[in-house]
Design a protein around this ligand. Structure first.
Ligand SMILES: [Zn+2]
Length: 233
């Protein structure tokens, strides 16, 4: 293969490897995996806070029910131990006991509702925990993959750079200077082959007259459309 095209191939490979390396170092995939993990952790954290609040509310209700039960029992003992003889006082006490029992019943209903809500929250927390575990595993996987791929890229870059360094002295200096000048202006591609009269960089078909003229040129040949250096394949 023509040496200039060989150089172009090496340079294109180096460009691709460096672009991939930059992407990996910026951590695009890893950052996305981390963001997903943080989101899952946030959801789990909120559910745990809600469960904690529910536990406190449950304890408060249990305590309340317990204290109302004891109070009702004590009042009932007073009702039957004969210590109160006054009918009005007895009636007031009966009323008080009924009132306590009604309040206790309301608290018990409330407690039941909290228990149902707890079941639901616990199920959601278990789902969220599974999501967090999955997201964490993904972060480790992507992180490990990125490290391994970066190492592979470094090895390939070193190989390509060595090949480039060996090739460059074999090229004409002026041609090389033009090539280097064109590369940044032409999206990294300064040299292309002409295959069946078509420039492989811009895909334009050169005219028969132009092809004939190029064949007869001793110096640098350039595509009449994209102005890249061209080589007959
Ligand atoms: Zn062209």
């Amino acid at each position: 293969m023509d040496r200039l095209l060989e150089l172009q191939e090496i340079d294109s490979a180096i460009d691709r490897l460096e672009a991939r390396k930059r992407l990996l170092e910026e951590g695009g995939d890893l950052a996305a995996a981390r963001a997903a993990m943080e989101e899952a952790e946030g959801r789990l954290g909120e559910l745990r806070l809600a469960l904690d609040a529910l536990t406190r509310e449950q304890q408060r209700l249990e305590h309340e029910i317990d204290s109302m039960s004891r109070k009702a029992e004590a009042e009932e003992r007073r009702l039957y131990d004969g210590s109160i003889a006054n009918a009005k006082e007895l009636e007031a006490l009966q009323h008080e006991i009924a009132n306590l029992k009604e309040r206790r019943s309301r608290s018990e209903d409330e407690l039941l509702e909290q228990l149902v809500r707890r079941d639901e929250l616990e199920a959601r927390a278990a789902d969220a925990q599974a999501e967090v575990d999955g997201a964490r595993a993904r972060v480790e996987e992507v992180g490990g993959d990125a490290v391994r791929e970066l190492e592979q890229i470094e090895r390939e870059l070193a190989e390509r750079r060595a090949a480039r360094a060996a090739l460059v002295p074999e090229l004409d200096e002026e041609l090389l200077a033009l090539y280097e000048e064109l590369r940044p202006l032409k999206h990294g591609v300064a040299a292309a082959a002409i295959v069946d009269g078509v420039c492989q960089a811009c895909r334009e078909k050169l005219s028969a007259m132009e092809l004939d003229r190029l064949r007869k040129t001793d110096g640098v040949k350039r595509c009449e459309y994209c102005r890249r250096i061209v080589v007959f394949a």
